[in-house]
Design a protein around this ligand. Structure first.
Ligand code: ASP
Length: 595
């Protein structure tokens, strides 16, 4: 098809181009009819430029009359200064006085108007994703994503990493989530799995001596999706040999620093590091958002006051302490805390399984308002006040019970208070390394230990002695060379120093209840590889979509992905998953049970 090709993009022309004759190609984004004079916005990836068609241009006027939104056109004319300048767009000083207009393709009336302030439902936007992708905000997300790819590739190349593609069709080797399975036609009754991550391959690449591996890759997990998860997502996957945890932290931090510098112009400070145990006792969650602050500027932290309230007259605390439990609390500074607010918060903790919420309200006039004053001496109350560094005008909320439950519930309360009282500074970036995670967790349903991260994570040396124990407390006390990087309350990176010794690997398999036979069937090849000189190694997987969402200021990862799936793991645009023909199933030797 012959058409007049563009000389410029729709985002390019400025006043300095006045009087030039130009051609633009793009989509009609808006048409206004001002008494026979048409003003039309033409859109492409680069921006929007207005052109006008006057009624005396009889040759093209009839075409302009026909134009509808999303028609694809080519327009030629002279760049002129606009009478009414549009300060909202970079091309707003000029317009094109059209002399030639070609309709390259028509468009039906679109199911929703392509506009930045989109009115369509999420479902409609996903069904017609190509229309949604015409919106600048989404295009810009994809462009930013592309910039970050380039920074990542360059960064790792500079540090001697080798980008290596690992298979998409692989052996089903459970890593924690459920595998997506792919039936084999050649080997009927056998299946490939899609990788949950390239974990095993990257470790084998270390055995091969590749030393530094990286890949921006897709990972697939067939889970019932929680909010803001995708069945397939992108990970920056890396692995290094002959390294310690600190070497990996430096490498990952360096990457984030380059991304933030180039994209945001921000010099990130050195990332903070805390152990899992400290993070849990301080924030009650293993991915704390450190941007939550009290109005006095201090971080909102959980304070353990078990020792402080010991020996009080309060039976509830005494019983908990006698049972080995914890009394702890959280401070809300300088906020007006009404009865109604306290009732609301009490309801909140009741849903978490507590009988009630203790509180001490330190009034401005120096008095203390609390049902606890009946049971706690003035001295204990003063000590609690000082433990929280509370001032008059502050309120302290207290929970008591089993340690982990108290911690996680105060963690949830901390987030709720931050939401209710707007204590989250949404503008900043807070990175935190969380280290020393537990190696195993006891799964009450399955009645067995499961790996907290994955089965290739190494225990810290000082806990090796518990690898043969089956005592729940001892086993759960084992800490691992395992770490997460948390950014603004999101776990964006996770990794570990791996086991590289087949004997230790076998002990871990034993712990999670894998028989020798099962271990051989599922992981035999990696155990075999480990027999031939596996170097000490470790690495991380970095959640790429989430990093982009944070950089774009988005709460959800959906709009950082060109073609995302719904919470039900389907794609509304191409209607997948879908049924296949009987012939296809026959070739695979598969019969679908009626559902
Ligand atoms: N494969 C791990 C994951 O996807 C990351 C790692 O340990 O490197 O969580």
């Amino acid at each position: 098809m012959n058409f007049t090709k563009r000389t410029h993009t729709c985002g390019e022309l400025r006043l300095t181009d006045e009087n030039k004759t130009v051609t633009l190609n793009g989509w009609v984004s808006k048409k206004r009819d001002l008494g026979g004079l048409f003003f039309i916005d033409l859109r492409d990836r680069y921006g929007i430029t207005q052109f006008k068609v006057a009624p005396d241009k009889t040759e093209i006027y009839d075409k302009a009359l026909k134009l509808g939104n999303e028609f694809v056109i080519s327009v030629t004319g002279k760049v002129i200064k606009r009478e009414s300048i549009n300060k909202n767009i970079p091309t707003g000083d000029i317009e094109i006085d059209a002399d030639k207009l070609e309709i390259l393709n028509e468009s039906e009336i679109t199911p929703f108007v392509v506009e930045e302030d989109v009115k369509a439902s999420d479902e409609l936007r996903l069904k017609y994703r190509y229309l949604d992708l015409r919106r600048k905000t989404i295009t810009d997300n994809l462009i930013l994503r592309n910039k970050v790819y380039q920074i990542v590739h360059k960064y790792f190349a500079k540090h001697d990493f080798v980008e290596i593609e690992t298979p998409i069709l692989m052996k089903s080797t459970p890593e924690g989530a459920r595998d997506y399975l792919v039936p084999s036609r050649v080997h009927k009754g056998k299946f490939y799995a899609l990788p949950q991550s390239p974990q095993i391959y990257k470790q084998i690449l270390m055995v091969s001596g590749l030393d530094r591996y990286v890949q921006i890759c897709k990972c697939f997990r067939d889970e019932d999706l929680r909010a803001d998860r995708q069945p397939e997502f992108t990970q920056i996957d890396m692995e290094m040999s002959f390294v310690t945890q600190e070497d990996i932290f430096d490498m990952v931090e360096g990457m984030f620093k380059e991304i933030w510098k180039e994209i945001k112009g921000i010099d990130l400070p050195k990332f903070r590091i805390m152990t899992y145990d400290d993070v849990m006792s301080t924030y009650g969650i293993d991915k704390p958002d450190l941007r939550i602050r009290c109005t006095d500027g201090n971080e909102m932290k959980i304070i353990n006051i078990t020792e402080t309230v010991k020996g009080s007259e309060f039976k509830v605390f005494n019983d908990v302490i006698a049972d080995g439990g914890t009394v702890a609390g959280i401070k809300l500074s300088t906020q007006e805390v009404s009865r109604k607010i306290i009732d609301g918060l009490t309801e909140f903790v009741k849903k978490l399984g507590f009988g009630g919420l203790g509180y001490l309200k330190f009034n401005i006039d120096g008095t203390v308002q609390s049902p606890l004053t009946k049971f706690l001496s003035e001295e204990i109350i003063a000590n609690v006040k000082s433990a929280f560094e509370a001032n008059d005008g502050d309120t302290v909320f207290i929970l008591s019970g089993e340690k982990k439950k108290v911690q996680t519930s105060l963690g949830a309360l901390r987030i709720k208070l931050a939401e209710d009282f707007k204590l989250l500074d949404e503008t900043g970036y807070e990175f935190l390394w969380v280290t020393d995670f537990p190696l195993f967790q006891y799964d009450e349903e399955e009645k067995r230990f499961v790996a907290e991260h994955h089965v290739f994570t190494s225990p810290k040396d000082e806990y090796l002695k518990f690898l043969d124990s089956r005592d729940k407390d001892e086993v759960e006390s084992i800490r691992a060379n395992c770490y997460d990087l948390v950014l603004n309350g999101h776990e964006i990176t996770s990794g570990s120093i791996r086991i590289h010794n087949p004997v230790m690997q076998k002990k871990v398999f034993d712990m999670i209840g894998l028989t020798d036979e099962e271990a051989k069937m599922k992981f035999g090849f990696i155990l075999e590889a480990f027999k031939y000189g596996a170097p000490p190694h470790g690495g991380v997987g970095i959640g790429f979509d989430r990093v982009i969402a944070v950089l774009c200021g988005l709460k959800s990862i959906t709009d950082t992905i060109a073609f995302p799936k719904t919470l039900k793991a389907s794609s509304l645009m191409d209607d997948c998953p879908s049924e296949v023909t009987k012939e296809q199933l026959d070739e695979l030797g598969i019969q679908v049970k009626s559902v």
